[in-house]
Design a protein around this ligand. Structure first.
Ligand code: PMT
Length: 402
């Protein structure tokens, strides 16, 4: 049983929010409602009081002078349905000129918006930018459906049905709780394929190009997944880590990693690619290159992109998680990788920092999800980051395989 705060704004879909409140109450959750003045011109507050069994926080009649703080701190999750273009813009701008907006600013829990409006308003570039901007700040969107709108036009902008909103809100609530409280057996019965460490690309028998990956991130994922009951297959570049994981396949080059990947990816339920794979490998000389001229040119050729291959051949039941090691424009590049590689999650880390990323004990990742949602982990040990990535992957896997 959780505390669900429902915000209602001034749109015709407000009548459906009464059914949404009823869905939550039937599922034995506690519900409180906050309404804007405009919302009350569509549905009276007494309807929501009768359904939620709690006083409604309103513009003209707040239960206490600082009720917006009480309501905000009471909530485990907050859903605004319908969310008008006006409220979306104001939340994005940080405006707090009514009880609902003040409550939203004081929230300490996940916020979900279910937009509803006329198609032209919904497609307006400003509204779209506001929606994307809120998503990038970690606010969830239950995007509207297409259909006949109150203005008698057909198109996008129709608020999702109450049962769909209720289900998604509860999924988001569970997901947030599970991410924090990783269950020991949540990967039990699943096969997880993980890549870790650097690749070494030899250009003559004794010299090679490599990178700074220590394998700590990939091994933390493998070890935590093993503890959470998964059957782990770890494909690892050369690292100095000693691990008890039963199924480790050591490789040297990007080509070896690709070949090992081909042997195992078919059976994997979840694939997580934390390895720092060389994008280019030198053309190999069979004998040691002699020191002759002042300059030496080594020709490089592109390696196989394993993540791209995994995305292009992803099965319906598989979850694919890629990493993005970036020094600049992290959000832009991570989103490009998410789409181009057909990944479900991209875990982006800033590798220009010395305290996280390559060869450090800690990491800090931003998770970009295929549904547009983004979460930031903050700096934590690689083990704790691994737990979050694994929990998110497990939840996505169970959603996909229901
Ligand atoms: O090993 P640590 O010292 O603990 O450091 C951790 C880490 C910084 C290596 C790790 O957190 C990380 O960011 N791994 C990905 C490194 C990387 O190669 O990022 P990328 O942005 O260049 O590649 C994007 C994705 O494509 C990655 O999932 C990578 O594994 C994959 N890739 C890249 C090239 C290639 N030929 N095939 C691939 O599959």
């Amino acid at each position: 049983m959780s505390n669900i705060l429902v915000g209602v704004t001034g749109g015709i879909a407000a009548y459906k929010t009464a059914y949404l409140v009823r869905e939550f109450i039937r599922a034995r959750h506690n519900v409180k409602v906050v309404m804007t003045k405009k919302a009350e011109s569509f549905v009276g507050h007494t309807t929501f009081e009768a359904l939620s069994l709690n006083p409604v926080l309103r513009e003209d009649n707040t239960p206490k002078p600082i009720s917006h703080i009480d309501y905000a701190l009471w909530a485990d999750i907050c859903i605004i349905a319908p969310a008008t273009a006006n409220i979306i813009g104001k939340i994005n701008a940080g405006i707090a000129d009514n009880e609902l907006l003040s409550t939203i600013l004081a929230l300490k829990c996940p916020l979900v918006l279910a937009p509803a409006m006329n198609t032209n308003m919904y497609n307006n570039v400003i509204v779209q930018e506001n929606i994307k901007s809120l998503q990038s700040k970690g606010i969830y969107m239950i995007l509207p459906a297409s259909g006949l709108l109150a203005c008698q036009t057909e198109g996008e902008g129709k608020m999702q049905e109450p049962d769909i909103i209720a289900e998604k809100v509860l999924n988001i609530f569970n997901k947030n709780n599970l991410s924090l409280k990783v269950e020991n057996d949540m990967l039990s019965g699943l096969t997880i394929l993980i890549t870790a460490g650097p690749t070494k690309e030899y250009f003559d028998p004794v010299r090679y190009i490599t990178n700074e990956s220590s394998g700590k991130m990939g091994y933390a994922l493998a070890e935590e997944a093993h503890k959470m009951g998964a059957n782990v297959i770890l494909i690892s570049g050369e690292v100095s880590i000693v691990s008890d994981i039963p199924n480790i396949h050591k490789v040297v080059s990007a080509e070896d990693m690709y070949n090992a990947f081909l042997s195992f990816y078919n059976d994997a339920d979840i694939i997580i690619m934390a390895a720092a794979v060389a994008d280019y490998a030198p053309v190999y000389e069979n004998i040691k290159i002699k020191k002759n001229d002042d300059e030496l040119t080594i020709n490089l050729k592109k390696t196989k992109d394993i993540l791209s291959y995994a995305g292009a051949n992803k099965k319906d039941n598989q979850i694919l998680v890629g990493f993005a090691a970036e020094t600049n424009n992290m959000e832009e590049y991570a989103k490009q990788k998410l789409e181009k590689k057909n990944a479900d999650i991209i875990a982006a880390n800033d590798v220009s920092r010395k305290d996280i990323g390559f060869n450090s004990m800690d990491n800090e990742v931003t998770l970009f999800f295929a549904d547009g949602h983004i979460t930031h982990t903050g700096r934590q040990s690689k083990q704790d980051i691994a737990k979050i990535i694994l929990a998110e992957s497990a939840i996505l896997h169970s959603e996909k395989n229901q």
